[in-house]
Design a protein around this ligand. Structure first.
Ligand code: C2E
Ligand code: CA
Ligand code: CA
Ligand code: CA
Length: 279
């Protein structure tokens, strides 16, 4: 029995090492991919529900590795957060997306708002406000065309400091949205202390629309609550016409999802944006 226990320990130790090794390998690969400028951005349209026109786009990071293929952000973003790599990576994403948006403006796509995800760790950096304003200045993008997507976790740890920074950004005209709304364990109460313009309802709440009355009631309640607080509401993960009709009936302001378009590369986005504008 003693021998078996020992073997079992050896087995677990080996397995643990295997997991740690894989993780380290991925981390090294990610760091290299970032340094060699192999990461890129996709853009997903956000659509105004009233006009049917494109209101803007969310920039989403992509990593295509020769051996691994396409690695999901759901896998590499948390890794980048754990290792701190998200700080330079996030800055790069902001720079790239602002520069691209400015280019699109020059080409005639003038009214699109750019949304960029900012990790909590990234926003906790002491110089984040200077970093963001610096990027706007260097790319020439008007702050009114930038929206930052933050998650509720930011307000769980450093609420006062976060609000101070947000106010500085909002003063310049930058818009703030709360991403993945409803997935955190926070109360709604904190919203009134925040200089926030938009909430994005998480796609979890959209999944069962047309299937589960309970989830429909929840989605409807979130939209009504947000509107009563004068917030705009964006529904994420709209994949079907049923979902689309539902959120439109409930007065949702904007939508984002495969029903309109998946996240696409810059060239495809551009083509789509011109096409939709021309309609
Ligand atoms: P997110 O910010 O909630 O982004 C929305 C995610 O939903 C994206 O996943 C998008 O591709 C996906 N999505 C859009 N429409 C639909 C739909 O109709 N159905 C379904 N099932 N999914 C849809 P993606 O691109 O895999 O990104 C995952 C997460 O990785 C993002 O979630 C965000 O938290 C993070 N992420 C991606 N890019 C960045 C970045 O540049 N910076 C930071 N900090 N995080 C990022
Ligand atoms: Ca987002
Ligand atoms: Ca989201
Ligand atoms: Ca998310």
């Amino acid at each position: 029995a003693k021998e078996a226990g020992k073997n079992q320990y050896a087995f677990f130790a080996a397995e643990m090492t295997q997991v740690a090794k894989e993780r380290l390998k991925l981390e090294v690969k990610l760091r290299k991919a970032f340094e060699q400028q192999e990461l890129f951005l996709n853009y997903q349209p956000r659509v105004n529900m009233k006009t049917g026109k494109m209101a803007g786009m969310e920039a989403l990071m992509r990593w295509l590795d020769l051996d691994l293929g396409s690695v999901s952000p759901a896998e590499f973003i948390p890794l980048a957060e754990e290792t701190g790599l998200i700080v330079p990576m996030g800055k790069w994403a902001l720079q790239t997306a602002c520069r691209q948006t400015r280019e699109w403006q020059h080409m005639g796509l003038k009214n699109l708002t750019l949304s960029v995800n900012i990790s909590t760790l990234q926003f906790q950096q002491a110089d984040v406000v200077e970093m963001i304003l610096g990027v706007l200045q260097e790319t020439g993008l008007d702050p009114h065309f930038l929206e930052l997507e933050l998650t509720e976790s930011l307000f769980m740890v450093e609420r006062v400091e976060a609000i101070r920074k947000l106010n500085l950004l909002v003063e310049k005209g930058i818009q703030i949205s709360i991403d993945d709304f409803g997935t955190g364990y926070s109360s709604l109460n904190y919203l009134r202390y925040l200089p926030v313009n938009v909430i994005k309802i998480d796609k979890e709440f959209m999944r069962n629309i047309g299937k589960l009355a309970y989830d429909e009631a929840l989605a409807e309640a979130i939209i009504a609550m947000a509107h009563s607080l004068n917030l705009r509401v964006v529904a994420e993960g709209i994949e079907t016409e049923t979902q689309y009709r539902f959120i439109r009936a409930k007065g949702c302001d904007e939508m984002q999802g495969y029903f309109f378009s998946e996240p696409v590369d810059a060239i495809t986005f551009e083509t789509l944006a011109f096409h939709v504008q021309a309609d």
